[in-house]
Design a protein around this ligand. Sequence first.
Ligand code: TIU
Length: 223
Amino acid sequence: MTSTVTIPAKPGPVSFDLTKTALIIIDMQKDFLEKGGFGESLGNDVGKLFKAVAPCKAVLDACRNQDDVLIIHTREGHRPQEVCISKHKLSQTNNCIGKAGAFGRILIRGEKGHDIIPQVYPLESEVVLDKPGKGSFFATDLELILRAQNIENLIVCGVTTEVCVHTTVREANDRGFHCLVIEDACASYIDEFHAAAIKMVWAQGGIFGNVASSEELIKALQA
Ligand code: TIU
């Protein structure tokens, strides 16, 4: 049985069979959204990301109402033993990974700062995917999960637009998954990067995928 929805999007509408669709929410972690975590340690104003929280929650709630949509939450982070961080990543991030922050050791699995913010906290039934890199496919079993569940389409939300969202969309596109990025459910510390990263997805006929607003998606799901 199919349950296909058509969603207005740039550069054109997309039709997704919801039984073959996953929502992937990228890295909505305290480490990126709260003061005293990884994002702030890199010199960013973490308040910039909060505008994505309500749209992300609205998309999550709408997808939770569709029994067919697989829901995946990702978390960027490293093992407590710090064995899966390259010297390069460490030095390029002010050597802050593993150091004490406001919510425990920065970007370390199991610490409070590594966990997802309460507004979009995963349910037991939802997949939580820990990843050591920016992309969600690198060094994870995401592709195995998607293939095993017959997923062809990804609805993508989260932070930050030009880093982990974009890397994931590029990885997914090369693997043949059709990405729909939800513009207002993503955010960046740097406004012009958000705008450019969003346009890069849908430009050139949709070179990496399509882009819709949370309202467009939710209306289509509720129709
Ligand atoms: N620094 C930055 O914008 N982002 C990251 O380091 N990771 C994610 O985007 N999740």
